[in-house]
Design a protein around this ligand. Structure first.
Ligand code: F6R
Length: 364
């Protein structure tokens, strides 16, 4: 049941520290500060390409994984949504790995893409929450997210546990390819091990998110911006808001603003910016300044250092813990989920069962 929570979605958001911890437990050796992936029937160190495919929120987890695999493992990655990949019929390199991400393990298009990959000689690996599922059954290898049952139609804990598994996989592939040394592996696993307690800190902002949601609930359109591994979080934030609050939202790579979407900016369009400190901070800071100069009102998710630099430019700020930029996508998922949740509650929509949506999309 929902216990003390008003909706399954809120319960599942609050379960994240625990289920991320459970998932890390399965893929990390905390003492050795090492990733421990299950035995696979193929060599992760020698993949000409990894092709990542999924739908919806799971696709955005895959998009973060592309950034991680390229950065940490120097692994060439191709990424596409399942409904496009399967009918585009792309050439796939011999000995390549196709990676599928799915909470339910039953999504028709993802399953179709898996069939296509198998027919074209790919090794197949799936990240699924439902271990007894078609996608798990048909894959050469399975990495299970330990999110437990997800009842709310909007994916929350499935997404952050997918990210957790994919972070471990990126480190594992990096080690196998020799692109990550033991000290870096130890630093990244250390950062991952701290995620559950950092996630609990982020959940303390629930009240603040409700306050910000009062403003967002008035909006007709909302923009979400991010750069680097935060760009997929902008897309995920926009998806979450539109599916449960029915407010039109778009996620953009912040660097694309001046190529079109900045024309939308006025004081009635909230602009949600996910901007942890890190190498890309200066770039996104200038995007925030451009937004401000055009009368846009910014909701800024950043850390202490980031807010010191840029907090004055924002109408609302939320301070997140300072973490290695590698793990930031997992933590920044939480405020994005809470903002969508509270906005939907204020609007009075059916949060757990939004109109027109099904939990498992088993038809095309
Ligand atoms: C969004 C959402 C959907 C699913 C998508 C894939 O909140 O829940 O976008 O992520 O339908 O579903 P799975 O992961 O079961 O393949």
């Amino acid at each position: 049941g929902k216990g003390e929570y008003r909706h399954f979605m809120l319960k599942e958001i609050f379960e994240q520290p625990a289920v991320i911890g459970d998932t890390l437990h399965a893929f990390l050796n905390p003492l050795g500060r090492k990733v421990t992936l299950p035995e696979l029937s193929f060599d992760l160190g020698n993949l000409p390409r990894v092709t990542i495919t999924a739908c919806g929120t799971a696709f955005y987890a895959g998009m973060v994984a592309k950034y991680w695999l390229e950065q940490v493992a120097r692994q060439p990655v191709e990424l596409d949504i399942a409904s496009e990949l399967r009918y585009r019929e792309p050439p796939l390199p011999e000995g390549g790995l196709s990676l599928f991400i799915s909470q339910s393990g039953e999504t028709a298009d993802t399953l179709g893409a898996l069939q296509y990959a198998r027919d074209h000689g790919q090794r197949t690996l799936s990240v699924v929450n439902a271990a007894e599922s078609s996608i798990a059954r048909d894959s050469d290898g399975v990495l299970q997210t330990l999110a437990g049952p997800e009842i709310g139609v909007a994916s929350t804990k499935a997404f952050t546990t997918q990210l957790t598994v994919l972070a471990c996989l990126a480190i594992g592939i990096g080690r196998a390819r020799g692109t990550i040394d033991p000290a870096r592996e130890a630093a990244l696993t250390e950062a991952l091990i701290e995620v559950p307690s950092r996630a609990s800190e982020v959940l303390n902002h629930d009240g603040k998110m409700r306050e910000i949601a009062n403003w967002v609930a008035e909006a007709r359109d909302v923009l979400y911006l991010g750069r680097g591994n935060m760009y997929p979080l902008a897309l995920e934030g926009a998806l979450k808001l539109k599916e449960i609050s029915y407010i039109h939202a778009e996620g953009y790579a912040a660097g694309e603003m001046k190529h079109g979407p900045i024309a939308l900016i006025d004081e009635n369009v909230p602009v949600v910016v996910c901007a942890p400190s890190g190498p890309l901070f200066d770039k996104i800071a200038s995007n925030v300044q451009e937004t401000n100069a055009r009368g846009g009102r910014v909701i800024l998710f950043s850390d202490k250092a980031g807010l010191e630099r840029l907090g004055d430019e924002a109408a609302y700020t939320v301070e997140l813990p300072e973490v290695d930029p590698f793990v930031a996508p997992i933590l920044y998922a939480i405020p994005v989920q809470l903002l969508a949740y509270h906005t939907a509650v204020i609007k009075g929509t059916d949060v757990d069962q939004p109109r027109n949506l099904a939990k498992s999309v088993t038809v095309e």
